[in-house]
Write a protein of this length. Structure first.
Length: 365
């Protein structure tokens, strides 16, 4: 299938949360090592070094605004739209600079998850472009511009940019899509651990069968959570997080970062429960690794609806209201979730492999 010619793939990745990065890492891991890969993003570099199984280049750049949050649950809608408007006002300079860099570095194809500006950049370079996501930013920003109608023109600009993509690969749990030249639906993209929970627990020096909870909040600070109350209700649990600023109020916790021999999916698989706000990356990994989920919603984010539906359809999950979540009153929800005996479904998580095949079909390899 793959010829000997080497191609340079550039991934433009939204830096809101970590889910966009984790799923494109999974795609990149399926691209033969003969090809060069560059990630252009503001997402933290450590997540690439931790989870990539191949050489790559990291280039810090910003061509979309994502969603700005004041904490792990609160979206700052006006600030988000203002930030995107600022980038949109400078789009000509941004595109010019990106075209120059891509041309100088001989990029052959652009993949976007899911900055819209990636596609006019590719058109100016006369190279193929592929979008991969479960949503586009016009859908996310749509409810916001109703409150701030002076930003309505941004939606039209986004849709026009998305029209430039040659192909859009749509993941499960998707929202309303703008017009694309071609859309193909693919399975979940999710990393599945190759280690047993026992192996991971041994690496982490967790004794016996002490219950393990992964706290996964997309890199956002956890200071707003009352972990003193969590400690009172869950003293028989070990908590673990990739956030280095884990609050000290909880006596038995493990923080992970830059752990070369432990992947994020390994911790998801080893955990008895993942506590999270729904995001595509963590939802898909819990589905792939058959781990129960306690989630609290960001009800002002439209994507929340499809992600919660995905949890209900494919996972074993329990919702905790924002109020109880922040107050640290997790105990009753955790114990109820542990008692659920629903069977996990066998879900197709081969989306990364399918995506790579579609990309190579597009560039005629």
């Amino acid at each position: 299938m793959f010829h000997n010619k080497s191609f340079h793939f550039l991934f433009y990745i939204s830096s809101h949360g970590l889910g966009h990065s984790t799923r494109m890492i999974e795609v990149a891991n399926h691209i033969p090592i003969i090809h060069k890969i560059t990630f252009a993003t503001c997402a933290p570099e450590w997540i690439y070094h931790t989870n990539l199984h191949r050489p790559f280049f990291y280039r810090r750049t910003k061509i979309d605004a994502g969603v700005i949050q004041s904490d792990l649950l609160t979206i700052l809608e006006e600030e988000t739209l203002n930030e995107f408007a600022f980038l949109n006002n400078h789009r000509d300079e941004i595109i010019k600079e990106e075209v120059k860099w891509n041309k100088t570095n001989q990029v052959d194809i652009i993949i976007s998850d899911i900055p819209a500006m990636a596609f006019p950049i590719a058109r100016k370079l006369s190279i193929p472009s592929v979008g991969i996501s479960n949503f586009t930013w016009d859908w996310i920003y749509g409810p916001m511009v109703k409150k701030y109608p002076h930003h309505t023109h941004l939606i039209e600009n986004l849709c026009n940019d998305y029209k430039e993509a040659e192909l859009f690969l749509c993941l499960p749990m998707y929202g309303k899509l703008p017009f694309f030249r071609e859309v193909k639906f693919i399975p979940f993209i999710a990393s599945k651990s190759s280690c047993s929970p026992e192996e991971i627990r041994k690496k982490l020096s967790i004794e016996g069968r002490r219950k393990l909870i992964l706290c996964s909040f997309g890199g956002h600070e956890m200071a707003s959570i009352n972990f003193s109350q969590v400690a009172k209700e869950l003293d028989e649990f070990t908590l673990i997080s990739f956030n280095p600023q884990f609050p000290s109020e909880y006596p038995d916790f493990i923080t992970l970062k830059d752990e070369k021999n432990i992947l994020h999916a390994d911790i998801v698989a080893a955990a008895d429960i993942v506590v999270c706000k729904p995001g595509y990356g963590i939802v898909s990994e819990t589905i792939a690794n058959c781990t129960k989920v306690l989630y609290t919603c960001r009800k002002d984010l439209i994507e929340n609806t499809v992600l919660v539906e995905g949890l209900r359809n494919f996972a074993i999950a329990e919702e905790i209201p924002n109020k109880d979540f922040l107050k640290g009153k997790w105990g009753s929800y955790i114990h109820r979730l542990l008692q659920k005996n629903k069977t996990f479904l066998d879900v197709d998580c081969s989306g990364a492999e399918v995506a790579v095949k579609e990309i190579f079909n597009l560039i005629k390899i």
